[in-house]
Each structure stands twice: as C-alpha cells, then as structure tokens.
Design a protein around this ligand. Structure first.
Ligand SMILES: CN[C@H]1CN(c2cccc(OC)c2)S(=O)(=O)c2sc(S(N)(=O)=O)cc21
Ligand SMILES: [Zn+2]
Length: 228
C-alpha cells in the first residue's frame, strides 16, 4: 500500500481513500475549544488513577514523524475517570513533533499548537484479549496525551529517550534504550484533563480511543522536541 504521510498526496486529506475509518464521525485529533468544554461532575467523582512500573531493555523506533517506544507493561493500570469500570494497560508510548518548536502537537487548544505531544497508549484488558482486538472496539484504547512546552529546563526522562535518536537517524530504525524508564515521570503535576471519544490520529484511524489530554504541558528544551 502507498506509504501514508503528511504531504498533499499522502496526507490526512487522502487517508480516507486507503483507510475508510479516517472518514468517520469521531476522528482525532481535534481542536479543544476550552469555552465549550463542559466539566463533568461524575468524572471528578471517580478519579483517574494510573500505576506504572519502571522498565529497562526498551527499544525505540524512528517512526518518521517522531519516536515510539514499545512498552507493554502487564503490571501497569490506568482506570477511573472516563474509563468506567475497565482497567487499561500500557502498550507503548510515542511522540509527535514538528520541524520547529512552533508546531508539532496533534491536538490544539483554542487553535494553539504546542511544540509536540506525548501519547501513552493503553488497551482495555478487562474486556479484550489483545491490543489488536481492543483496537477494533470503541472503548478498546485509552491514550493519555501530554503537551510539550519549550522552556529552559530539560526533562531528564525525555533526555534518556532523545539521547538515543542519533543512533536511529532514519525512519524504521530501532535501537535499545540503555536507561530504566518510568512513564509516571512523563505526566504533569496538575492532573486536570479534557476527555472525548475519538480515534487513532494516524492510519488506520480506528475509532477506538478514549482520549485523555492533560491541560498542563510538561517543559522540555528546544533540542528535546525538534528534528535534527
Ligand atoms: C501508526 N500509528 C498507529 C499505529 N497503531 C496501530 C498499529 C497496528 C494496528 C492498529 O490497529 C488496528 C493500530 S497504534 O495503535 O499503536 C497507534 S496509537 C496512535 S495515536 N497517535 O492515536 O496515539 C497511532 C497509532
Ligand atoms: Zn500519537
């Protein structure tokens, strides 16, 4: 199949030709309009809780639009908030960034793009037997989105990841991450979030994602969030 991407001939405007779900009614990303976002009292009733393990021996992949770390963690749990009674387990985390720190995030807030966006992808282990099966159902995946803001202080955990990128300069290349990574450290201290029912933001664009986008960005340096 033709390689999808972000150019006029293979970008989001033509994805629906190859990936029918891309033409659906609950496609991500979206612009989060804070004035019409409603606060949902029963979300506050059931707090969103997460628990991750520190992981070593992780591999990082150059996706061509950022990096991705396969991190299946049977001991991880994401539950509560918009997730009902189901428990979701971490499968992988990855980032989206741009050529400059002026853009790169997938979601925007009141039309504003951030320098990049980290996605922690989880699947519903209460209802489904595998990630691939979960990705076929409207409540199959839960993705935590964290915006990257560029500032003066670097993020030590992100540094452990981006310091390996010089070894994987080309799309499709893998390398090992020598350090131990704790996904908990990627999350902002302020735990307010927006949530909506959406899709994978890239092909196959399955409409299977409960999105949870944190309001507070995490700070990284320019070098940590742009292509070199
Ligand atoms: C290329 N990117 C997607 C790859 N995936 C995929 C691969 C195989 C099968 C499948 O479903 C059938 C999904 S994925 O589920 O890991 C994700 S998560 C995600 S995002 N940005 O919305 O968080 C994009 C993609
Ligand atoms: Zn993503």
């Amino acid at each position: 199949a033709a390689e999808w991407g972000y150019s006029p001939t293979n970008g989001p405007d033509v994805w629906a030709r190859l990936f029918p779900q891309a033409g659906g009614a609950r496609q991500s990303p979206v612009d989060i309009c804070t004035s019409i976002a409603s606060s949902d009292s029963n979300l506050e009733m059931k707090k969103l809780t997460f628990a991750y393990e520190s992981q070593s021996d992780l591999r990082i992949l150059n996706t061509g639009h950022g990096w991705k770390v396969e991190a299946p963690q049977s001991g991880s749990r994401l539950e509560g908030g918009p997730l009902g009674e189901d428990i979701y387990q971490l499968e992988q985390f990855h980032c989206h960034w741009g050529e400059t720190s002026a853009e790169g995030s997938e979601h925007t807030v009141d039309g504003r793009a951030y320098a990049g966006e980290l996605h922690l992808v989880h699947w519903n282990t209460t209802k489904y037997q595998s990630f691939a099966e979960a990705a076929q159902h409207p409540d199959g995946l839960a993705v935590l989105g964290v915006f990257f803001d560029v500032g003066n202080e670097s993020n030590d955990e992100i540094e452990k990841i981006v310091s390996t990128l010089s070894e994987i300069k080309f799309k499709g290349q893998f390398t090992d991450i020598p350090d131990v990574i704790d996904p908990t450290t990627f999350l902002p201290s302020g735990l307010g979030y927006w949530t909506y029912l959406g899709s994978l933001t890239t092909p196959p664009c399955n409409e299977c994602v409960i999105w949870i986008v944190y309001k507070e960005p995490i700070t990284v340096t320019e070098e940590q969030v742009t292509y070199h």
